[in-house]
Design a binder for this molecule. Structure first.
Ligand code: ARG
Length: 458
């Protein structure tokens, strides 16, 4: 049944219907659509626009539809264009006349705007929870690895020693900002568009404050044309998801490198790896690669919506129906990625001995050797040159700075003394870095306290 039968004389073409419909994908909004309708009809009755008897019949009908959909007793039938027309048609089929009064003072334009906001609000909360679960996993890795030494890299070259706790802590901070972004956009979206009508409000005496409060909004939106044509909140959500995906992807990239035969810093659990159909020795980091790869479709959803919205004049235009499919896909994708990623980290083995050996063998302590000379009164530029020469000798012989004899140190600079070994030991190099945010275990312990605190705030 069509909602606009009065004005039209021809049956809709099949291909046109298939192209125009959105029920095949906006059906996932059914809970939000029904919640919005229940709030709307409560308000209509309070304002004397429908009778209490009609209100009760409509609410009972809508609750029945919800229960039947949840239980799989009611099917989405193809002839309906979208979730809004579907629910209204089933309602009228079930309760008769009263069902036809539900849409009083409302348009599908403010209805879909409401549904999408309610959906995004729920998703933002759920995703914020998933990010937090991941942060908890990261925090436990941090707590256990305050003294797990590893090389810190710049340009993919070993630079200075850090700890695994410190490296993982960097991602904790990224995800903390992601949670912040989700809270920010949730707070900004929390005004209710219902009552904006098609674009210009309505002549019925609606109480928009009341519906807004019933639905947990801070209040109604302020401009009816903006209310029906705003999708900023969805763009913000997709931006936040894109940044989450980017963070996950970077971490996956590192894990893939760390898991490689050359590095062997970590071993991804069998459950998160796959074998090869031809090469028996292989154990591939598929899950990490897929999470990295799925970043593309999340960015794609953001770019698609930005592009769709850029040429739309006020107010509602059907282009806006294109806000859904890719956004839903991006939301599903990021949720899956967050869950899989947290599981992969929780099950991963960190090879502490390999990490420490790599830090020791990569001259990650060269800066510390130079600083040692500076403390003995050598100007930094000279110290830099002296240690550079020592490094060159070590490379020739395939050894670490720590392996040089005192005579060899002193042959290049007499400023070296017996205490150099202690000064350039991995443990010392890391422990001396005690400023806030540095890898020294004492500094890290302070940060971990703050991480715990930030996770417990709501
Ligand atoms: N399915 C539509 C959408 O997702 C609902 C709004 C339809 N409004 C309209 N005037 N055709 O955007």
């Amino acid at each position: 049944m069509k909602l606009w039968g009065g004005r039209f004389t021809k049956e809709e073409d099949q291909a046109v219907h298939a192209f125009n419909e959105s029920l095949s994908f906006d059906r996932r909004l059914y809970r939000h659509d029904i919640a919005g309708s229940i709030a709307h009809v409560k308000m209509l009755a309070k304002q004397g626009i429908v009778t209490d008897a009609d209100r009760d019949a409509i609410i009972a009908g809508l609750e029945g539809i919800l229960a039947d959909l949840e239980a799989g007793r009611l099917e989405f039938t193809k002839e309906h264009e979208d979730i809004h027309s579907f629910v209204e048609a089933v309602l009228t089929e079930r309760i008769g006349e009263a069902g036809k009064r539900l849409h009083t003072g409302r348009s599908r334009n403010d209805q879909v705007a409401l549904d999408m906001k309610l959906y995004c609000r729920d998703q933002a909360d759920e995703i914020r929870g998933l990010v937090k679960e991941l942060q908890k996993v990261l925090l436990s890795v941090m707590e256990e690895n305050l003294e797990t030494y590893m090389p810190g890299f710049t340009h993919m070259q070993k630079a200075q020693p850090v700890t695994l706790a410190h490296h993982v802590g960097a991602y904790f901070e990224m995800f903390e900002r992601d949670r912040g972004r989700l809270s920010d956009l949730r707070a900004r979206l929390n005004r209710c568009p219902l009552g904006a009508g098609a674009l210009a409000g309505t002549t019925y005496p609606l109480d928009r404050e009341y519906t807004a409060r019933l639905l947990g909004f801070d209040g109604p939106t302020f401009n009816s044309m903006d209310s029906v044509s705003d999708r900023d909140y969805l763009i913000e959500l997709l931006s936040a998801l894109s940044i989450i995906a980017m963070h996950l992807s970077r971490f996956c990239e590192e894990i893939i490198i760390w898991n490689s035969n050359e590095y062997r810093f970590v071993e991804i659990d069998d459950a998160y790896s796959t074998g090869s159909s031809i090469m028996p020795q292989k154990k591939n980091p598929d899950i990490a690669e897929l999470i990295r790869g799925k970043t593309g479709r999340v960015y794609g959803a953001l770019m698609a919506l930005l592009t769709t919205m850029k040429g739309i004049p006020l107010a509602y235009n059907k282009d806006m129906q294109e806000d859904k499919e890719m956004a839903f896909d991006a939301i599903d994708t990021v949720k899956d990625c967050l869950k899989l990623f947290a599981g992969m980290i929780a099950a991963m083995t960190f090879r502490k001995d390999v990490m420490a050996a790599s830090a020791k063998n990569g001259f990650a302590n060269a800066t510390d050797a130079a600083d040692y000379l500076v403390n003995k009164g050598v100007p930094f530029r000279d110290a830099h040159g002296i240690v550079g020469q020592l490094v060159l000798r070590c490379i020739d012989r395939g050894i670490a700075l720590d392996d040089l004899s005192l005579e060899e140190f002193r042959a290049v600079s007499p400023a070296f003394g017996e205490d150099v070994y202690e000064a350039i030991a991995l443990k010392t190099c890391v422990e001396k870095r005690t400023t806030v945010g540095a890898p020294g275990p004492d500094a890290m312990r302070q940060v971990i306290l703050s991480c715990r605190e930030r996770l417990s705030e709501e």
